[in-house]
Write a protein that binds this ligand. Structure first.
Ligand SMILES: NC(=O)c1ccc[n+]([C@@H]2O[C@H](COP(=O)([O-])OP(=O)(O)OC[C@H]3O[C@@H](n4cnc5c(N)ncnc54)[C@H](OP(=O)(O)O)[C@@H]3O)[C@@H](O)[C@H]2O)c1
Length: 297
């Protein structure tokens, strides 16, 4: 892990001028959740789009992911464009020590917001899965997110308020054949966020489960899925951040609402079957060979 101050010299003039063009929802973000936000998964896709919106709103950022080069490039751009301070922390959230290391890297910053967007998916027949990869996904999507929610939740409560945005998914609202374990990790995030939203509200900490539908990012290729219709990360970043402090779950964009609300009246077993059909189509290209199970000792 390394820490880099991508822009030590805050350009206050620039900052003042920019603030005139800030929308009222962005001013609200800065007031309620500034001055510093930690964004995991900031090097790509949804996390990157959320980091851009936060920068536009005037929050200083701690950008977290493994790809240090991309984070440094972002730090340089965001510092120049918005006159904010940006720190870069390259960190593998699959490692057990990751939460402690992020805690060390942010100890002296007045963090008001955690956006936990880092995550990845797997797909295909469960019995064909590489168990090591599934365990890594469990570590990144659940274990690290749990540790970060606990650590920053305590910090935010102690300072009298702030926000946690936890990245769930529409697949987390029911079992999803052919992405069974990925969907289970997102059900974990969704349930954790819903519970914490109520528990932490009296402490001034707003918790939001963000449950996007299909979104074009690096996600599909890493998960081995073929995605058809999908939204751009920039289209869902604003509805996610605008929902913080106003509700406990957001389905950002029309597509995620459509896909979720159309299934809601159905019994859970039927939703599982339908989602299985959808995921079957998205992963078919990987299942043209018959299942060949390795020997189990
Ligand atoms: N795209 C979708 O359709 C969709 C829908 C619903 C929910 N989501 C959720 O949205 C979140 C963001 O995904 P995305 O769509 O933006 O995908 P993405 O473009 O692949 O971005 C994933 C981010 O997570 C980071 N990451 C992955 N493994 C990591 C690790 N071991 N340690 C630290 N950072 C790691 C990646 O950075 P590095 O590779 O640099 O480490 C990257 O910044 C995920 O939690 C995903 O489950 C996505």
């Amino acid at each position: 892990m390394g820490v880099n101050n991508g822009g030590k010299h805050m350009n206050h003039l620039n900052r003042g001028a920019r603030s005139q063009f800030r929308g009222s929802w962005q001013q609200r973000l800065l007031t309620l959740y500034g001055p510093w936000a930690v964004v995991t998964g900031a090097s790509s896709g949804i996390g990157q789009a959320l980091a851009l919106k936060l920068a536009e709103s005037g929050l200083n950022l701690v950008l977290v992911a493994r790809n240090r080069g991309r984070l440094e490039q972002m730090a340089t751009d965001l510092t120049a464009r918005y006159g904010i301070e940006v720190h870069v922390v390259d960190l593998d959230l699959g490692l057990e020590t990751s939460v402690e290391r992020l805690a060390d890297a942010t100890r002296n910053l007045d963090v008001g917001l955690l956006v936990a967007a880092a995550g990845f998916g797997t797909s295909g027949a469960f019995l064909d899965a590489d168990l090591e990869q599934e365990l890594e996904m469990l570590n990144v999507n659940c274990r690290a997110l749990l540790g970060l929610s606990w650590y920053f939740g305590r910090r935010l409560a102690k300072r009298g308020g702030g926000g946690l945005v936890l990245m769930s998914s529409i697949v987390g609202f029911q079992g999803t054949p052919f992405a069974a374990h990925y969907a289970a990790t997102k059900a974990y995030v969704q349930a954790l966020a819903e519970g914490l939203a109520v528990e932490l509200a009296p402490l001034g900490v707003d918790v939001l489960a963000a449950a996007p539908g299909p979104t074009h990012s690096g996600f599909a290729s890493r998960a081995g899925m073929k995605m058809g219709a999908g939204l751009q990360p920039q289209a869902i970043s604003e509805p996610i951040l605008a929902a913080l402090g106003r509700r406990s779950t957001v389905l950002p964009g029309l597509l995620s609402k459509l896909l979720t609300y159309s299934l809601m009246p159905l019994p859970r077993w039927a939703r599982v079957r339908i989602m299985g059909g959808v995921m079957d189509g998205m992963t078919k290209h990987r299942r043209n060979t018959s299942l060949s199970l390795p020997e189990v000792e």
